[in-house]
Design a protein around this ligand. Structure first.
Ligand code: ADE
Length: 239
């Protein structure tokens, strides 16, 4: 998969891509990233990417031309290979686990990162395939949400995570939150690891872990259980 970021702050993106899972995905040839500076697609000497809104009002609007120019270049590069243009936006559809899985199984992706008041509607209508929100709050720009969306997408590309970290065992893969986890030492400042985890009985441990996940989901995110079962309560691991 190839993922582009079209942004006025390319260094913000590049810094993040050069570490951890993003770096591993690139080093293992699983994903290719390109970071494009939107100003490289301007034609004026000030490399202007925004202007005042028609009709008046506060704030600046990102101009259409640089996005159209960038899109032309993408079409040239991709030829027949399809790509999906995503614009992170609080007006978009809310990002979910399943949405990320679908994107990971789909076409190459281009993020148009907006700033200021937003992007000229002609870009949104004619070039953007999907607006995605990462939550009901407003951020100052599209870079962080684009990275968030890219992060959750690449986790679902085979080989990016090892089998232990596997995306299939994520919270939300089955609409349940993760339960508590522990490591050495068994006792610290008189704080104990639950006995069950030291019992060696893996059947019982699995059931305990499942019950912990259910209890935590019920306490913190009841609506996930409702979505899963259509009611408030769910039974045991097999029920
Ligand atoms: N841009 C600004 N706020 C955002 C949000 N909540 N999600 C996605 N993109 C955004």
């Amino acid at each position: 998969m190839t993922i582009w970021f079209v942004t006025v702050f390319p260094e913000m993106i590049s810094a993040y891509l050069s570490e951890s899972m993003f770096k591993k995905a690139v080093d293992n040839d699983l994903v290719t990233f390109h970071v494009w500076d939107l100003r490289d697609f301007t034609q004026d000497k000030h490399r202007q990417v925004d202007d005042k809104p028609f009709g008046g009002g506060a704030g600046m609007v990102m101009k259409p031309e640089p996005f159209f120019q960038a899109h032309d270049r993408l079409e040239e590069l991709q030829g027949d290979k399809p790509f999906k243009v995503i614009c992170p936006s609080p007006q978009g559809k809310l990002l979910t686990h399943q949405g990320a899985v679908d994107l990971a199984n789909g076409d190459d992706i281009v993020f148009f990162c907006g700033h200021y008041k937003g992007i000229d509607e002609r870009v949104m209508e004619n070039l953007v395939d999907e607006e995605i929100s990462i939550g009901d709050y407003v951020l100052t720009g599209g870079e962080l949400p684009a990275l968030v969306i890219a992060d959750t997408i690449i986790r679902h590309i085979p080989g990016v995570l090892n089998s232990y970290e596997s995306a299939e065992s994520d919270s939300f893969a089955d609409d349940l939150l993760e339960g508590p986890i522990y490591t050495q030492p068994r006792e610290y400042r008189n704080l104990q690891v639950p006995d069950i985890l030291l019992s060696g009985n893996h059947g019982k441990i699995d059931e305990w872990r499942y019950q912990q996940r259910l209890a935590r989901t019920k306490e913190r995110r009841k609506e996930l259980l409702k979505a899963k079962t259509g009611k408030n309560d769910v039974g045991g691991k097999n029920g």
